[in-house]
Design a protein around this ligand. Structure first.
Ligand code: NCD
Length: 310
């Protein structure tokens, strides 16, 4: 396959395994580029990209911006806090105004699930979903799988446990879909209140005991409790959560193998993982961040080549 099967990146659920393979091959090339003294290629000199962030972000936003700049695209940034959205403008009006300035691609983070899908049906630009509420975060899942592939050689057949707030996490859903598509085995571990009711229909198993889950896996992806998406208490106290689902060095060292530790960030040190785990040589958290730029360059480059053909 030499081009993506999709015109937008709205979610992993719209991708084929071949799309992921193509994104990873392309990312391999860009990873080599960003490690050169001159980290830039002229590929997208004729493309303009708008980054629209209606929800907070540090690393995803910087990562997209860096990826765009390293491809030589023109970049405009917009954040909801400082925009006319606060004056009551609709999403489509906001985006159409931006597009009338001849923008080719929109990278959007939005608190509403499905916001990117909605936009893709109403505006004539290529849309990349940078996180839509508790729904999907496809580039995060791609960079996570890419990091597993880099560390362990391949994703197929690997055992991955996703720990924490599965219910509210877009990283969890996109990761499950991406890992299953590539033939990994996936378990989830967390308080029952934070597991979606129909989780097993995604082909994953539930392992409520963290030690057993860790003993089983090759990779543990430790997710943050999404307090900002909770209107009620899902567990009695943070202390109890830490006792049952927090990963500390003692637990990690007591396993009879060396597993790989991942985290999408931002980390709550001392909650989902302790500092000594986050900073240990088993953690690939900063590799994930570095790979994020190469993977996003690949996604943007591949979607832009489809725009250029039109
Ligand atoms: C994640 C997000 O925003 O969904 N962070 C990220 O994109 N790096 C995970 C989180 O906020 O916990």
């Amino acid at each position: 396959m030499s081009e993506l099967s999709v015109d937008h990146l709205l979610g992993i659920k719209y991708l084929k395994k071949e799309d992921i393979d193509l994104i990873f091959q392309t990312a391999d090339h860009f990873k080599e580029v960003i490690n050169r003294p001159i980290k830039k290629v002229p590929s997208l000199r004729d493309i303009t990209i708008a980054n629209l962030f209606f929800e907070n972000s540090t690393r995803t936003r910087l990562s997209f911006e860096l990826a765009e700049k390293r491809l030589s695209a023109d970049v405009v940034n917009f954040s909801a806090a400082s925009s006319s959205v606060k004056k009551g403008e609709t999403l489509i009006d906001t985006v159409n105004n931006i597009l009338s300035m001849k923008v080719d691609m929109v990278v959007m983070r939005h608190p509403n699930p499905g916001a990117g899908i909605f936009l893709s049906k109403h505006v004539g630009a290529s849309i990349i979903n940078a996180g839509d509420g508790a729904h999907e975060h496809p580039t995060q899942a791609l960079l996570d799988s890419y990091s597993i592939r880099e560390k362990l050689g391949e994703v197929t057949g690997k055992k991955v446990v996703i720990v924490g707030d599965i219910l509210h996490s877009r990283v969890a859903l996109s990761n499950i879909l991406a890992l299953k598509l590539q033939g990994a085995q996936v378990k989830v571990c967390g308080p029952y209140t934070l597991l979606p009711k129909h989780i097993k229909s995604l082909g994953v198993e539930v392992e409520p005991n963290l030690r057993k889950a860790l003993q089983w896996c090759d990779v543990a992806n430790m997710l943050r409790v999404q307090n900002e998406r909770m209107e009620i208490n899902y567990f009695p106290s943070t202390r109890e959560y830490v006792q049952l689902f927090g990963l500390n060095k003692q637990l990690l060292d007591s396993l009879d193998k060396k597993i790989v530790i991942m985290h999408p960030g931002p980390i709550n040190r001392g909650v989902e993982i302790t500092s000594d785990v986050a900073d240990s040589d088993q953690a690939i958290i900063l590799d994930q961040v570095q790979n994020g730029v190469a993977v996003r360059m690949a996604v943007i480059y591949l979607l832009a080549s489809k725009i250029k053909q039109q």
